[in-house]
Design a binder for this molecule. Structure first.
Ligand SMILES: Cc1cc2nc3c(=O)[nH]c(=O)nc-3n(C[C@H](O)[C@H](O)[C@H](O)COP(=O)(O)OP(=O)(O)OC[C@H]3O[C@@H](n4cnc5c(N)ncnc54)[C@H](O)[C@@H]3O)c2cc1C
Length: 360
């Protein structure tokens, strides 16, 4: 069927490689980093994500990510539970575990690290990709799954660089922590602050603190910034060990991100190149499903290429994705604008319902 190069071995690049291999392509993944290293801590995985991974053929191997689904409950800063009728169950998965599963399903032979794509040139017969080390390769199709600051997107759509989402910051860490942590419910706190503390399958803990409409000090450490927000998430009257967990975290284990997003783009494909995952649509993490949607991109691209030649397949994929993401952005904006924790949960539930069955 032809040869495909996938730039980027994140969750989406690896999923895309599996999907296109199922569609009959000879697929090679090229990753800039010297080793596969999923940054960040955990992701919430919804039944929708599991269904997409099953469709990629992972089936029984999904047991390897070792996460049982649990019902999602939200609390406010006084510990009061917020109604979540209709919210699907979620699994909390260590990113590294999911990434390792995808690499082992693909096979290491299909993957080369230390290969940073710097340029590509399309021609009627295919695409030539050039790497930072001076090497170059030919393929019939290039998939840019190279994330938020995608080089492939920069060449395809000059001027489409990522932008900060004004005043939206996230602090997080994974640490060994033996203290009682509470029930793991995400907290929708005061002053548009959100936080979670969860136990991972390997016994370690992960905390995440995010806030819309804030600034991060240039003089305080990430840990101090996170601690300053704990009061928005916990009034001290109920069992929630977030403060203790943050206090127990070594300074250099705290990851801080100023949330950046990809502006809406009107084109996802050229003649021999196409985008998938964050490279095309990195959105605010408050939708809790960026990876899930990227895995969906991978599946849809494989289906389109399995049915038609490259040009019509890329056109069909682009039409499908543009329509889907118009709706995702509508839901994401509604959630970000939610005036209260209760309305946030309602809007999130509506979004997840739509993600699963297209209604709402
Ligand atoms: C705080 C936070 C919480 C989140 N929570 C969730 C959640 O609960 N559920 C969920 O589904 N999603 C969540 N997301 C979103 C999710 O993390 C992303 O949508 C997803 O990881 C994107 O995967 P990707 O493979 O497209 O990009 P990336 O993970 O960014 O991978 C891109 C890869 O490309 C490589 N690369 C970059 N440039 C080049 C180049 N020039 N040449 C070759 N390789 C290159 C990079 O090294 C990297 O390995 C969250 C995001 C954040 C920031």
């Amino acid at each position: 069927m032809g040869r495909v190069l996938v730039a980027g071995a994140g969750i989406v690049g690896l999923s895309t490689a599996l999907s296109l291999r199922r569609a009959g392509f000879d697929v090679a993944v090229r990753e800039r980093a010297l080793r596969i290293r999923e940054t960040g801590a955990v992701i919430g995985v919804w039944p929708h994500t599991i269904r997409e991974l099953e469709r990629l053929g992972l089936g029984e191997r999904l047991a390897e990510i070792k996460a049982e689904p649990g019902s999602v409950r939200f609390r406010d800063f006084s510990g009061a539970e917020l109604a979540t009728a209709g919210m699907p169950p979620a699994r909390t998965v260590h990113r590294r575990r999911l990434s390792a599963l995808l690499v082992s399903a693909l096979g290491e032979d299909a993957l080369r690290t230390g290969k940073e794509l710097v340029e590509y040139v399309e021609d009627p017969d295919g695409v030539t990709v050039r790497y930072a080390d001076g090497d170059h390769e030919r393929a019939d199709l290039l998939v840019g799954a190279d994330g938020l600051n995608s080089r492939v997107r920069a060449v395809l759509l000059p001027g489409s660089g990522s932008r900060y989402q004004g005043g939206h910051h996230v602090w997080r860490a994974v640490l060994p922590f033996s203290g009682e942590i509470g029930d793991g419910s995400p907290v929708l706190g005061r002053d548009r602050t959100r936080g979670t503390l969860v136990r991972l399958a390997d016994g370690s803990c992960c905390w995440v603190i995010a806030q819309f409409g804030t600034t991060a000090s240039t003089t305080r450490s990430g840990k101090e910034e996170a601690l300053a927000r704990v009061a928005n998430l916990h009034d001290g009257t109920w069992p929630f060990a977030l403060r203790d967990a943050v206090l127990a975290t070594p300074e250099d284990s705290v990851l801080h991100s100023r949330v950046a997003v990809v502006p809406t783009i009107s084109r996802w494909a050229g003649d021999r190149v196409v985008l998938a995952g964050d490279a095309a649509h990195a959105m605010s993490p408050h939708i809790g499903s960026g990876a899930s949607l990227g895995i969906e991109d991978a599946r849809v691209l494989g289906e389109c290429l399995g049915r038609a030649g490259i040009a019509p397949a890329l056109a069909a994929y682009q039409d499908n994705r543009l329509a889907r993401y118009r709706q995702v952005r509508r839901h994401a904006d509604a959630m970000a604008a939610a005036p209260t924790p209760v309305s946030y949960v309602e809007r999130f539930t509506a979004y997840l319902g739509w993600l699963h069955d297209g209604t709402g």
